[in-house]
Design a protein around this ligand. Structure first.
Ligand SMILES: [Zn+2]
Length: 341
């Protein structure tokens, strides 16, 4: 049975992410009541141990004397053990943002206990705060093309990503019960990500109903495929790492959210045995549709916009090199929204 702690201690509010494990364990859930009996907000932080913005946002929210909490707040602390080592997750652990749709490991069970607890609670909104390991603008992700979800995402940033795979993410699990979004706040503890998150949470505290006026003029991307590097292949960036199986441009991360065009150079490889793998939402291999091998060089075969490109090799092996996106066609979004009404 899940134990929900009342309040958040001074120590937690002062701790850095890598110190949190001294005070709480993984999957620690806390409840901060308010005088006003309104639907609560669920805030999730540190599902990935090296993404610290969520903790900073929480600390700034709760220690600022001018902030009045007008809704109760639930806080889910994710992987504080990984935070101690400043990594996404430890080698023996699963990814804590891939465990929310069932499975046989203890972490799946803990995630389910949390979801079961919230089953009986009417939630106003769920906000899961993350960072990118590569350079990126701030953006929010939704897993349902629903007006309130999209509008909530747009209140954070003009850039929104819609994705259904990976489906085992926290925001998707909460999406059936309430508007739920994932915030990607740029690099860990970047100022703008903290500021935007704080503004969004305070906005949600103060309104009675979430607006539905989705701006179809703002960019909504559909992230529909991921690019993986086989675990046995080494990865390098720039001319100093030309000995690696795959060599990407030094500035690969600068390409996030910038469209690649057919015929553009992508990367090179040491031998023809090194093969990239791009898979879509149905787990179908679509590598040859998007990439063309010309000897040891790899070129773009079809226009796409990438996201989440990172130079962090541990993250590339643990998650992926990056995602392939297309812009959601505005007419189909409008139609989709009408159908969902
Ligand atoms: Zn993350």
């Amino acid at each position: 049975m899940l134990k929900v702690h009342e309040g958040i201690s001074e120590q937690i509010l002062k701790a850095q992410a890598h110190e949190l494990h001294e005070y709480i364990s993984n999957f620690s859930v806390h409840y901060i009541p308010t005088v006003e009996k309104r639907k609560p907000i669920v805030l999730s932080v540190l599902l990935h141990g090296n993404e610290c913005t969520g903790l900073t946002v929480l600390q700034q929210l709760l220690t600022n004397p001018t902030v009045v909490l007008r809704r109760p707040l639930y806080v889910i602390f994710g992987n504080v053990e990984a935070a101690k080592s400043k990594v996404r997750h430890l080698a023996h652990q699963p990814d804590f943002n891939r465990i929310w749709m069932g499975g046989g490991r203890p972490e799946h069970k803990q995630a389910k206990e949390i979801l079961d607890y919230f089953n009986d609670i009417e939630i106003f909104a769920t906000i899961d705060i993350h960072n990118n390991t590569g350079k990126s603008p701030d953006y929010a992700c939704v897993n349902h093309l629903d007006e309130t979800y999209l509008r909530l995402a747009q209140l954070f940033s003009p850039t929104t990503i819609y994705f259904t795979r990976p489906f085992e993410v926290l925001s998707n699990a909460f999406s059936n019960a309430c508007p739920a979004i994932t915030l990607e706040c740029g690099l860990s503890n970047s100022e703008s990500g903290i500021e935007r998150s704080l503004k969004l949470i305070q906005y949600c505290m103060n309104i009675d109903l979430l607006p539905t006026n989705v701006s179809v003029e703002n960019e909504i991307f559909h992230s529909f495929a991921r690019i993986n590097i086989p675990p046995e292949c080494s990865i390098g960036f720039g001319s100093t790492e030309e000995h690696c199986d795959f060599v990407f441009p030094e500035a690969l991360e600068d390409n996030n959210f910038i469209m690649y065009h057919k015929g553009e150079y992508f990367c090179s490889r040491k031998s023809e045995a090194a093969i990239l793998v791009a898979t879509n939402e149905k787990n179908i291999d679509i590598t040859s549709e998007y990439f063309e091998y010309r000897g040891l060089d790899i070129y773009i075969n079809k226009d796409f916009t990438p996201s989440m490109f990172t130079r962090n090799k541990a993250v590339i092996y643990q998650d992926c090199l990056g995602y392939i996106m297309r812009t959601c066609d505005r007419e189909s979004i409008k139609k989709n929204l009408k159908n969902e009404k």
